[in-house]
Design a protein around this ligand. Structure first.
Ligand SMILES: [Zn+2]
Length: 328
């Protein structure tokens, strides 16, 4: 039973991208995901760490009111407010706080005003360092992810490539307001808690990402490569009784087994009486976001992915005139 598919052939010529000069790092998009909150607050006070030779990244606390109250959101999940429909709808005083904030952020950082968007998140699931993006069209972001995965400093936590695979025009996520983007999901970390391992891992990933952008801006070429990627197949809800209450919980054998192959017949849920429910799919899949605290309200017990092998073309800086696109 094979679960690795080759989904794209390598392109012969390198992809050319213009220099990345405006970079924003969002923390606190969800106000109780403390690695991004802590780092964004720190960098707002002292941004020196975000300085590189060819640019300086800008930190931003995406949902300050939710951060203040240490909750995921006030009225609505901010990271689901970036649809074209929401951003372009007529403004009203009665709009939810996050809708207003989404429009504000889009005005400052959107419409490709910023070349690269980092969006920092934590998950309560055992996801290690997950490098999440919505599509595979963003070749520069895929090279950045590859650089993170291959940099020796990041061995403290396993690093996974993750793709939701939705067209950019249908996206509802903050990361898509940038020309290029990457969302970092680091876990496990409980909501409202700062774990030193998650914090330092995220800090290292961001710094390493900024190093990559700096090298790219200076004209370094990055060869084509092949990588494994976890692509979203479906979201699985908890079993429920006739009143809508959850009637079975994530099975102990599945708990913390994010990215571990799930085979047909493996137990996935267990009832309060100890009755096991088995996975009845026909192929091996890779569950992720298992028992994520924030997804109870979204009726998601875990998200199934398939592992695909992906070939990414080489990356080259597009030279503007005879300049490198930045001043030395
Ligand atoms: Zn989040």
């Amino acid at each position: 039973m094979t679960s690795i598919k080759l989904v794209k052939e390598v392109m012969s010529s390198p992809t050319r991208c213009s220099p990345v000069s405006r970079v924003v790092i969002f923390g606190g998009t969800h106000g109780n995901e403390m690695s991004g909150v802590t780092l964004a607050k720190h960098w707002l006070k002292d941004p020196s760490e975000l300085h590189r030779k060819t640019f300086m990244a800008e930190p931003c606390l995406a949902n300050p009111l939710a951060v203040e109250k240490c909750v995921r959101y006030i009225d609505r999940d901010l990271n689901r407010c970036f649809s074209h429909e929401v951003l372009s709808s007529p403004e009203s005083e009665s709009d939810p706080y996050e809708v207003k904030r989404a429009r504000e952020l889009n005005q400052i950082y959107g419409s490709h005003l910023f070349d690269f968007v980092f969006d920092l998140h934590n998950t309560t699931s055992n996801m290690g360092a997950t490098l999440l993006r919505c599509s595979n069209d963003d070749i520069l972001s895929m090279h950045l992810a590859n650089y993170l995965q291959s940099s020796s400093g990041n061995q403290s936590m396993p690093c996974y490539n993750y793709i939701i695979d939705i067209p950019k025009k249908d996206s509802i996520y903050l990361q898509n307001i940038g020309k290029h983007s990457l969302c970092l999901e680091v876990g496990p970390q409980p909501q409202g808690v700062i774990r030193a391992d998650a914090l330092s891992s995220m800090r290292e990933l961001v710094n390493c990402g900024l190093d990559f952008i700096d090298l790219f801006n200076q004209g370094k070429e990055f060869p084509s490569f092949e990588t494994d990627m976890y692509r979203v197949l479906s979201r699985v809800d908890y079993p429920r009784d006739s009143t809508g209450d959850i009637s079975a919980f994530v099975h102990n054998g599945l708990q913390d087994k994010d990215y571990v192959p799930l085979k047909p017949g493996d137990p996935i849920f267990t009832t309060i009486n100890g009755e096991d429910l088995l996975y009845d799919g026909e192929t091996v899949v890779y569950p992720t976001f298992i028992n994520e605290a924030a997804y109870y309200e979204k009726k998601v017990a875990f998200i199934l992915t398939e592992k695909v092998s992906w070939k990414v073309p080489a990356l080259k800086l597009e030279i503007l005139g005879d300049h490198l696109g930045y001043s030395k």
